[in-house]
Design a protein around this ligand. Structure first.
Ligand code: BGC
Length: 337
């Protein structure tokens, strides 16, 4: 009798062990299968109506992360699968190669910048000839066959930066400009608008102009060498998102915060930090989230045969410390995943 009890306890424990082990294996398999990125992405792409590609000039840039976030939000609402691909560091040749690659794959629409008419118009036209519509974003290539542009009026943005500097410096300043690129058209337009805005100011001199290649390190290096060569410089204008940040770092190192004015572009967290501190005095606000969001919606409209305006300019304004919102808004902070 005792033997019988013993065996049934053994058998019961073995059955319980097998049962719980298979349940654990089943659950683990479910979790594994659920987290297979390839499968999930493939399923998502299959269920989605369209497949778009967004190609920024620099992937790991907080400004472009905001564009990406806006585009992703719109993609979710419109059942679009969205790919965000581009050069890790700004590089026009690589940018063009990525566009050509996107055109060779079967995508329904491409959103990108028209950085220069000379290099970008042929590649945009080539994509359009393959029946893939292109929406330019942030920087236009107006003579290309792109269907629409959405973004800042870059000349106007430079112009209001020039007016703000002239006003804040009461018409007297020795200015150095640090621009993201001497050849890209959004940067050229921002410099031209600025120059035109200060043209009539007798007391404003533009002493130097240098290129940062869209990096805060090079913006800092250029600010440093300008100050060494031209100690009379008492105002800086940075024309892309990372320039004023690099300039501010150097101004603090030189302890020249009190006698140097800085105006930059965009509202990245570091820009806001220096603006609150008073090292940066003013910045031109753009609407990167809005650009991404509306570009995706526009592309869906184009594919659905609706008419879209050829040019849509998003809001651009200059803000100073006193204009900062009390709480961050979506154009002011980047949410990292
Ligand atoms: C420009 C972008 C550029 C970024 C670089 C922004 O001000 O609008 O085109 O890529 O700066 O940091």
């Amino acid at each position: 009798m005792r033997q019988w009890w013993k065996w049934s306890i053994y058998a019961g424990s073995i059955a319980a062990f097998i049962g719980s082990a298979s349940f654990t294996i089943y659950c683990a398999w479910k979790v594994y299968a659920y987290h297979q990125p390839g499968k999930e992405a493939a399923e998502e792409a299959e269920n989605n109506a369209y497949h778009f590609v967004l190609v920024p000039e620099e992937l790991d840039n907080d400004y472009w992360r905001l564009v990406e976030q806006g585009a992703k939000a719109a993609a979710k609402e419109t059942r679009v699968s969205l790919e965000y691909v581009g050069p890790r560091q700004a590089n026009m040749d690589e940018h063009i190669r990525i566009l050509e690659k996107a055109a060779a794959s079967k995508v329904d629409g491409i959103m990108t910048q028209g950085l220069t008419e000379k290099e970008f118009t042929p590649v945009i036209n080539h994509i359009v000839e393959k029946n893939i519509p292109v929406v330019t974003i942030d920087t236009d290539a107006p003579t290309s066959k792109r269907t629409a542009y959405i973004g800042t009026d870059n000349y106007y943005a430079g112009f209001i930066a020039g007016r703000a500097l002239a006003e804040d410096m009461r018409g007297k300043a020795n200015v150095a400009i640090i621009t993201g690129s001497l050849t890209a058209s959004h940067q050229q337009l921002r410099v031209q608008g600025f120059k035109d805005a200060v043209k009539k100011e007798k007391g404003i001199r533009i002493v130097a102009i240098e290129e940062s290649h869209i990096t805060r390190v090079q913006a800092a290096e250029k600010a440093y060498s300008i100050l060494k060569k031209h100690p009379e410089v008492n105002a800086f204008y940075g024309t892309s998102a990372l320039d004023a940040i690099g300039i501010a770092k150097v101004i603090e190192q030189f302890h020249r915060e009190k006698e140097t004015y800085i105006i930059g572009f965009d509202t990245l967290p570091e820009t806001i930090h220096y603006l609150r501190k008073g090292t940066i005095h003013a910045t031109v606000v753009q609407e990167p989230y809005e650009m991404g969001y509306r570009a995706v919606k526009m592309m869906v409209d184009i594919l659905n045969g609706k008419n879209v305006p050829s040019v849509t300019n998003t809001e651009t304004k200059v803000i100073r410390k006193q204009d900062l919102p009390l709480r961050p808004a979506r154009n002011y902070e980047v949410e990292h995943d």
